[in-house]
Design a protein around this ligand. Structure first.
Ligand code: GCU
Length: 425
């Protein structure tokens, strides 16, 4: 009893500490994002909508600007190879599907890097849409208590997903910050696959640069965000030959830093049909010229490896950027785009993300789509740009998953009720 009490005191203290760290790095704390859109600057410089729609050279010009300033090179043509799927749980979720794993290798020569993609496939007799996510948590944390491969190469054991640390992280950043709600994706008729981004390029200012430089590409990714974006693309390559997957219904999903990577991946890779960028913030959907929230100057100091070295000079003076993030969003048009936000997540600047979406929406309209609904508080999952703003802070919680699924279902599939046990097709 005494030890149990002691343990809970320890856990509470740790949770308090994490909350403090969390609120200072994400400004979870006291502020609310402004809902006032029309008394704030319109995203600038303007998008040349007709050029972007009619002239492929305009697309390439914009991608060139993104690379030269903030993100560095997209590693076009960098080799991707992958193993067959290995079934690791044949009767996953009480027989509703299988849990499988494959190795993906990106790069050439000694510096090529391998990571594991974990896939959950429902037993459905038709090709299903898939959500490919890249995660903060290790694969062990994303699929707790499943024998997926841990970072040390053995099947995950309890110490790999660390129930206490998981408990604290979930308490601060939401139940689904790590764990994947696979049964909900199955309920909606989706397959789900994910990988731990740091297994490819570590999220570490000292380690990322050397890892990227050794990849053996020509060119190598120009930054960690570009590397993670390319990993999304590699996962699409690895899955596209799978008959169980509907290749015209591939969504990528990322939260925060991985939301930034998801947007980049879709801008470069047209095989991605739909994007969920949740709380992607600066260098994601938020305007670099906005003075609220994190801002690029703080990002380049705290996370120097995320962007290219050239970003530092623009971060100090974002007005000199020849584009803003509405151009990045515009490169995704006319594909459906979900932008997740939270009212207290001022750090990721929901207000300027909405203004970026509003400006980019003209491109969706130019393609004959409806674009963004003209109300920051109204979430319409059917909209081509679905802007979602909920109460609360920087996290992935039930309401987010519900919104993701409403959006995915509206754009990529109809909800299907699955029997509890069906045999494999
Ligand atoms: C930090 C960083 C953000 C990032 C976030 C995250 O708060 O400043 O830019 O989006 O981490 O990835 O959770």
């Amino acid at each position: 009893m005494f030890f149990r009490v002691l343990r809970w005191i320890g856990i509470s203290l740790l949770a308090g500490l994490m909350l403090l760290i969390g609120s200072s790095c994400t400004m979870l704390g006291l502020n609310y994002a402004s809902l006032d859109i029309y008394n704030k600057p319109v995203a600038s410089p303007p998008i040349d909508v007709s050029a972007l729609i009619s002239d492929p050279a305009e697309r390439e010009r914009l991608k060139g600007l993104l690379q030269e300033t903030l993100y560095g090179a997209w590693p076009e043509g960098m080799p991707v190879s992958f193993s067959d799927w290995r079934v690791i749980v044949p009767d996953y979720l009480e027989g509703r599907g299988t849990l499988e794993e494959m190795d993906i290798t990106i790069g050439a020569g000694d510096g090529a890097r391998t990571f594991q993609l974990v896939g959950a496939f429902p037993h459905i007799a038709t090709a299903v849409p898939v959500v490919i996510s890249q995660t903060f948590g290790t694969n062990c944390a994303t699929f707790p208590e499943q024998p997926v491969t841990s970072m040390d190469g053995d099947p995950c054991a309890v110490h790999d997903y660390g129930p206490i640390v998981s408990f604290i992280v979930s308490a601060v950043f939401g139940e689904y910050i790590a764990e994947a709600p696979v049964e909900l994706y199955f309920d909606a008729g989706f397959a789900y696959a994910s990988f731990h981004a740091s297994d490819f390029v570590p999220d570490d200012a000292d380690e990322a640069g050397p890892a990227i430089a050794a990849l053996g590409g020509s060119p190598n990714p120009g930054s960690t965000l570009m590397a993670w974006a390319y990993a999304f693309s590699a996962a699409v390559t690895a899955m596209e030959g799978d008959a169980r997957i509907d290749n015209d219904h591939v969504a990528v999903l990322g939260h925060s830093r991985h939301g930034k990577a998801a947007l980049l991946a879709a801008a470069w890779d047209n095989r991605i049909d739909t994007v969920i960028a949740h709380q992607s913030g600066f260098a994601g959907a938020a305007l670099s010229r906005s003075p609220s929230g994190e801002r690029l100057d703080r990002m380049v100091k705290s996370y120097p490896h995320w962007l290219a070295p050239t970003a530092e000079k623009y971060a100090a003076n974002p007005e000199t950027l020849p584009f803003d993030q509405h151009h990045l969003l515009a490169l995704i048009a006319p594909r459906p785009l979900f932008l997740g936000n939270a009212r207290r997540d001022v750090w990721s600047d929901p207000n300027s993300s909405y203004r970026a979406a509003l400006a980019a929406s003209e491109v969706w309209k130019g393609y004959g789509e409806t674009g963004l609904k003209d109300d920051i508080t109204h979430f319409d999952p059917k909209a081509d740009i679905a802007y979602f703003l909920r109460p609360g802070g920087h996290s992935v919680v039930d309401d987010d998953i519900e919104a993701f699924l409403a959006f995915l279902t509206a754009h990529l599939g109809q909800p299907r009720q699955l029997p509890n046990t069906v045999s494999a097709p």
